[in-house]
Write a protein that binds this ligand. Structure first.
Ligand SMILES: *Cc1c(COP(=O)(O)O)cnc(C)c1O
Length: 214
């Protein structure tokens, strides 16, 4: 089932005309370590997690595997030491304080931590992320932090007009030619995201099935 779903997702990715390479992140929040293993055995390499404690348990159990771990959930500042130590990518940086802590806490032996700034692309009150007019200042500030590497942006648009949101995100991206990563697209709208330049798509439901509430 998970294996078939991965095949289907990969062919959905290939069905969209795109110039950039697109990497599939299997969002494994709420999923068991056994489900992650099934995906891993089917060749999946990138996994995304939202909840730190749950993620750390899986990372520990799977430490002998070649997995690229992405942290995609909201970040409270007391969580940054463990995020800096255990993940390869962080998609949800939305204030300078968090970036500074990750930079300070990233162990040098692990190399730079890949960071994306989360953008509240539809200016929603309830959603985390930077407002569009805050992006430029924080991008400049991140230049001075040498243990993290700003790679691009992540957004979670309003579901009702996500194609339009992805277009706006892509346009912002063109202002930053040194950045190479756009994390956007979930199960319901990944094709729209890829058509607008997504390089990382984050898929949970269409790989592992419907989640229980969390
Ligand atoms: C849960 C989650 C996803 C995956 O969503 P699906 O609709 O299950 O594909 C992607 N991104 C983030 C930030 C998430 O929290």
């Amino acid at each position: 089932m998970i294996k078939d779903n991965l095949l289907k997702i990969n062919s959905r990715i290939n069905s969209v005309d795109h110039k950039h390479q697109v990497t599939l992140i299997a969002v494994s929040k709420t999923r068991s370590v056994d489900e992650v293993r099934v995906a891993l055995d089917a060749g999946q390499i990138h996994f995304g997690e939202n909840y730190l404690q749950e993620a750390l348990e899986k990372i520990e159990l799977l430490q002998d595997k070649d997995i690229v771990w992405h942290f995609i959930g909201p970040i409270q500042s007391n969580k940054t030491p463990k995020i800096a130590k255990n993940f390869d990518w962080v998609h949800s940086v939305d204030r300078i304080k968090i970036a500074e802590r990750l930079n300070q806490q990233r162990p040098k032996v692990l190399g730079k931590l890949n960071v994306l700034l989360q953008v509240n692309i539809d200016n929603e009150d309830t959603k985390s992320g930077l407002f569009v007019d805050e992006i430029e200042e924080i991008v400049n500030q991140l230049d001075n932090l040498t243990n993290i590497c700003l790679r691009g942006f992540m957004c979670i648009p309003r579901p009702d007009n996500s194609a339009d949101s992805y277009k706006r995100m892509a346009k912002i991206m063109t202002k930053y030619p040194t950045l190479d990563t756009l994390s956007m697209g979930m199960s319901a709208d990944m094709e729209e995201a890829i058509a607008n330049g997504a390089t990382l798509v984050r898929i949970g439901t269409d790989i592992f099935g419907k989640r229980m509430q969390k």
